[in-house]
Design a protein around this ligand. Structure first.
Ligand code: G3P
Length: 223
């Protein structure tokens, strides 16, 4: 993923499911192509393959399981995400937590397959623990701010800058993203001022009245 970047997490929002997911992904690709902004989309697992086929921006899975490929009905090994065209995956999002022992297994497997990993952390201690496992990125996202109207960069800037400092100390190779309540170009610019390489967001785009206008504004914050 080229940084600084905006990662749009489609979650399981009906506004970004099936054909609507493709529509939001095409908006993201259009804005990325027009402005040069680095935008990544993370659709639901069932939409990854179609979107990865249709757009030329990175598509990330929202989750993969710490299982080998094979007789694993209903599981999603990292190989399946790779075959679907994913460039990477979120892991351990606050809405889809993964036990640390599973993260210890899955992160190296993703790295070996060439899947970039954004390890999500609720707090500074978890951010440090995940950074030690060597993902490309750690995204700090205080759960209580997710889906709200106040950006983490305004409500808890010290958590963002603290995550940058502490992650840099335990593993300087890991870059930091932040998320929760990010809705404006100012929130994005502030995230970068605080030392991150971008943001992870969802409702500010997926649930916006005009997702194209919302994402175009957010992209201005990357400049
Ligand atoms: O993965 C990012 C997400 O949890 C942030 O949600 O709606 O506050 O942008 P939102």
């Amino acid at each position: 993923m080229r940084t600084p970047a905006i990662v749009v997490n489609f979650k399981a929002y009906p506004e970004a499911m099936g054909p609507k997911a493709l529509a939001v992904a095409k908006i993201a690709a259009e804005i990325a192509n027009r402005t040069g902004a680095s935008i990544v989309v993370a659709p639901a697992a069932t939409d990854v393959a179609r979107i990865a086929h249709e757009v030329r921006i990175p598509v990330f899975a929202q989750h993969v399981d710490a299982v080998e490929a094979g007789a694993r009905t209903g599981w999603l090994p990292p190989e399946a995400a790779l075959e679907a065209g994913a460039a990477g995956t979120l892991l351990n999002h606050s809405e889809r937590k993964i036990p640390m022992k599973n993260l210890q297994a899955i992160i190296p497997r993703c790295e070996a397959l060439g899947l970039e990993v954004v390890g999500c952390a609720d707090d500074l201690a978890e951010a440090e623990s995940i950074a030690r496992l060597g993902p490309e990125y750690v995204a700090i996202e205080p759960p209580e701010l997710i889906g709200g109207d106040v950006s983490v960069t305004r409500a808890k800037p010290e958590v963002v800058s603290g995550a940058v400092a502490r992650i840099r100390k335990v593993n300087p190779r890991v870059e930091v993203l932040c998320g929760a309540g990010v809705r404006t170009a100012k929130d994005v610019a502030r995230a970068i001022e605080l030392g991150t390489v971008g943001v992870l967001l969802a409702s500010g785009v997926v649930k916006a009245k005009d997702p194209k206008k919302a994402l175009a504004d957010l992209a201005r914050g990357l400049r």
